[in-house]
Design a binder for this molecule. Structure first.
Ligand code: HEC
Ligand code: HEC
Length: 154
């Protein structure tokens, strides 16, 4: 009888231990993690062309990396870059290469308090600017939704 009790206690203890381990590993899986994830012309790891990447890649989302700027462009985007400027005199404040799928993204800190002039530069060094300045990095909020998808075939 006593022996059984000890066994039951032992099993109960083990169960508690297993549950505790399970719960804590679960918790861990739901803590969103931020990693440095920046597109470049030799990467092809991205996906969801044209969708708003930040629907998933934000601090509460499940996509790896909290993007501060991301979007997609059609056309001949080989070696193309997205550039953020304060003005047309100084060099760009941020420069992001478009990847092999036409997507561009970065987790680098971008301060949107001062709106940026944004440009799309092709491999021949021609640049097209957006007329209005931007203070948000979610390009596909508008491009492909309320205005045309970015297209570098000019
Ligand atoms: C529906 C949710 C969702 C959307 C929308 C989404 N992603 Fe993701 N993304 C994920 C998840 C989840 C992962 C991690 C698992 C995986 O690789 O599929 C991920 C992984 C990635 C990775 C790989 C990161 C690494 O370090 O390996 C890149 C790059 C990426 N996404 C870019 C983008 C870009 C660019 C967009 C927008 C054009 C985008 N994602 C839109 C959910 C999403
Ligand atoms: C609030 C909506 C909105 C957001 C967000 C937005 N755009 Fe635009 N974009 C527009 C509109 C509308 C136009 C066309 C009129 C203009 O140039 O201002 C445009 C034009 C452009 C052009 C010029 C295209 C051409 O062929 O002349 C570029 C380049 C551009 N956007 C890049 C971007 C990038 C990169 C982002 C994300 C960092 C972005 N835009 C975010 C609305 C937006």
């Amino acid at each position: 009888m006593k022996r059984n009790l000890i066994t039951i206690n032992y099993i109960a203890y083990m169960l508690l231990f297993v549950t505790a381990t399970f719960v804590s590993s679960c918790d861990k899986a739901f803590i969103p993690e931020n990693e440095t994830t920046i597109s470049n012309s030799s990467e092809d790891e991205s996906h969801y062309f044209g969708q708003n990447c930040m629907e998933c890649h934000h601090s509460a989302g499940h996509g790896e990396g909290w993007f501060t700027l991301a979007g997609s462009t059609k056309g001949n985007y080989y070696m193309a870059t997205i550039e953020l400027y304060y003005d047309t005199i100084n060099p760009p404040v941020h420069k992001i290469e478009v990847d092999q799928k036409g997507n561009f993204y970065t987790t680098n800190e971008i301060n949107y308090q001062t709106p940026y002039l944004v440009g799309l530069r092709n491999q021949n060094n021609d640049i097209k600017y957006m007329k209005s300045k931007i203070s948000v990095g979610q390009c596909s909020l508008c491009h492909g939704a309320t205005t045309s998808t970015l297209n570098i075939n000019w």
